[in-house]
Design a protein around this ligand. Structure first.
Ligand code: HEC
Ligand code: HEC
Length: 415
């Protein structure tokens, strides 16, 4: 029997967005059925709340909200809420999932897979996106358009989603759903993230408090300690300099899914302004055998380690990121990563006194890059320090092997 025990999670944490509801937003009302049931900014009545007993009340899903749609029977559109402080509380009512089976994305959503996933404490994950009607993804092309890449060519092939887009990620353990996250492009400069907690019956997921929550989740074969991130944590990782969305880029999505190249399939669906040029940018290798894939047999330990660091760390440790002293993006040459023999600005961490170098070629045990991945406690220097509490042992062995194989020629001290 599944048991959810809420341990933490009260008090709404506000987050930085500039005027989410007052700026002109092309998404709003852009489509004829464009009403998601979130009416009236500032309304305390959360959309969906009134639908509790009403099963899958579509169109007018919000509990009698003012000025709701005149489209009785129309499905709510998956889009950012008019008031970012009043998101829809029931996942089934968001329009982003199938209202009769909210474990599945809505018909308007495009599912995708990545080559190199974020480690989420062993969770299995599925992903999808919904574009506003008529809007397209811009694929950054650093050579053709320097303005696409203010932080250098290592951002080549990253995908920019149009205002109004919603990205969806669902987490499961042992086939039991625990969380669905919606990440929404509110206006030209703002994104907002919402987390939904799945119920025991697996029929509905409900909005989690903005400050996050922690539960003990019984999958029926094990008990998982699960942390729903706060809205602030979403934006810490999904930061502007990294492009806000973190998975979608050509190197991540260039893979075969159901017998077909995934980017070919997306191009056929017409989601791109301009589809990436062929041959597509080289795929990131799977870092280690996982639910998605095994690494190709030709993959070197360097390719695997760099792929992992790119996907798990490179959105914070990058120019403009929230700790930019070194650069863990895959395309940055080792000599330019500012890691080799570099002194840590933050010094040693509690459990590894005296270790003050970020990366000592040939010596993982002396390298904070490795030691911090190997530390489980976020209060004692764990990396990443948010949203992950279980050491990824496949990754520590991989990154350890890479560091141990480096020498001062392959990893020359940064200037
Ligand atoms: C520790 C950093 C971290 C935190 C915290 C985090 N995410 Fe993410 N998220 C990622 C990374 C990295 C990816 C891409 C890799 C993947 O999909 O596995 C991702 C992917 C996603 C996706 C798929 C689209 C995309 O950008 O790739 C959604 C949706 C998402 N996250 C929503 C959220 C929401 C909502 C929150 C807060 C409740 C949140 N995330 C918190 C790192 C984070
Ligand atoms: C959410 C953003 C974020 C993510 C993701 C993240 N880091 Fe960090 N990292 C930071 C911040 C912020 C600091 C500074 C920590 C402090 O104040 O002690 C830091 C510090 C570090 C340091 C010490 C730097 C110094 O100069 O002392 C290392 C090494 C490091 N991170 C490695 C990693 C690795 C490896 C990963 C991925 C497995 C990772 N980080 C993921 C934000 C992040």
């Amino acid at each position: 029997m599944a048991v959810f025990k809420t341990v933490v999670g009260s008090g709404l944490v506000l987050f930085a967005t500039a005027c989410g509801s007052s700026s002109p937003e092309p998404s709003k009302g852009a489509s004829a059925a464009g009403n998601n049931g979130v009416a009236g900014s500032g309304s305390a009545a959360l959309a969906g709340a009134g639908g509790a007993g009403g099963a899958v009340a579509l169109g007018g899903a919000s509990g009698g909200s003012a000025g709701a749609n005149g489209m009785a029977g129309a499905r709510p559109t998956c889009m950012p809420p008019a008031d970012v402080f009043s998101p829809i509380t029931e996942l089934s009512q968001t329009g982003c999932v199938d209202p009769t089976n909210p474990s599945q994305p809505s018909a308007s959503a495009v599912s995708y897979e990545v080559n190199s996933p974020l480690w989420s404490d062993t969770a299995d994950k599925t992903r999808a996106f919904v574009l506003p009607a008529g809007a397209k993804i811009h694929v950054r092309d650093c050579a053709a358009n320097a303005a696409d890449c203010p932080n250098g060519p290592a951002d080549d092939g990253r995908w920019n989603f149009p205002v109004g887009s919603v990205l969806i990620k669902t987490f499961a353990f042992d086939d039991r759903l625990i969380e669905t996250r919606l990440f929404m492009h509110v206006d030209a400069s703002n994104w907002v993230g919402y987390s939904y907690q799945w119920d025991e019956a697996q029929t509905e997921a409900t909005l989690v408090d903005g400050s996050g929550a922690e539960v003990m989740f019984n999958t029926q074969t094990r008990v998982v300690d699960w942390h729903y991130p706060s809205q602030k944590d979403c934006l810490n990782c999904h930061n502007n300099s990294a492009g806000s969305t973190l998975g979608p880029e050509t190197a991540q999505l260039n893979r075969t899914v159901a017998g077909m190249n995934q980017i070919d399939r997306l191009a056929t669906l017409g989601v791109f302004e301009t589809a990436p040029a062929k041959p597509y940018k080289a795929a990131l290798v799977a870092p280690y055998p996982g639910p998605a894939d095994d690494p190709p047999s030709t993959a070197t330990s360097e390719q695997k380690a760099r792929s992992y660091l790119h996907a798990n760390c490179g959105f914070c440790h990058r120019p403009g990121g929230n700790f930019a002293n070194f650069d863990l993006r895959n395309d940055t040459a080792i000599k330019d990563m500012m890691l080799c023999n570099a002194d840590a600005t933050k010094g040693a961490i509690e459990n590894y006194p005296g270790k003050t170098k970020l990366l000592v070629p040939g010596k993982a045990m002396d390298s904070l890059l490795w030691l911090r991945m190997n530390e489980p406690n976020p209060l004692k220097g764990r990396m990443p320090q948010i949203a992950s509490f279980v050491v990824d042992q496949s990754a520590t062995s991989l990154v350890g092997a890479w560091i141990n194989a480096l020498d001062t020629t392959t990893c020359p001290q940064s200037p």
